[in-house]
Design a protein around this ligand. Structure first.
Ligand code: DQA
Length: 151
């Protein structure tokens, strides 16, 4: 059974209390429970993480690239939060590690401020999910199953 890594970036630990009109009232623990269900439905183990630190996210992506090459990881669902719009380093980590990665946003970033319209992640992501609220995580996991299906 392969693992799906769901990686959350800065401020996503505040889900539920942070701008509920934009991100909803459910917490990161609720997101984890939803991901667990989606992973079970698609035959994945779940590795669910959150960090406010760019370097920790980068190292998790490096490790994920190695795990995917070793055949133990299906890929990554990444909500990079605001690092989406700023981080050349995350872009390079995804590209350099060769990992299969789906970019995810809870909100529709394209319907928000102009500074959220550019993503350093999109050019190195296999696919992008945005605007479905936290249900997007389940959609991204289903997408990962679709992308990595071998039969
Ligand atoms: C986000 C959108 C980003 O612009 C923002 O900085 C976040 C969350 C989302 O899930 O909608 O932190 O990635």
């Amino acid at each position: 059974m392969k693992t799906a890594l769901v990686l959350n970036g800065p401020n996503l630990n505040l889900l539920g209390m942070r701008e509920p009109a934009v991100y909803g009232s459910q917490t990161l623990a609720d997101v984890e429970a939803l991901c667990l269900k989606a992973c079970a439905a698609h035959g994945f183990k779940l590795d669910f993480r959150q960090s406010n630190h760019e370097g920790i996210l980068i190292e998790a992506i490096h490790d994920a690239g190695r795990a995917e090459a070793a055949g133990t990881l299906a890929g990554v669902v990444l909500n990079a939060g605001a690092y989406t719009h700023t981080s050349v380093a995350l872009h390079d980590a995804i590209k350099g590690s060769g990992v299969t990665l789906i970019e995810l946003h809870i909100s529709n970033v394209h319907a928000r401020e102009a500074f959220r319209h550019h993503s350093y992640i999109s050019p190195v992501a296999k696919a992008v999910v945005a605007g479905f609220g936290i249900k997007g995580y389940a959609l991204a996991i289903a997408g990962l199953a679709e992308l990595t299906q071998t039969v």
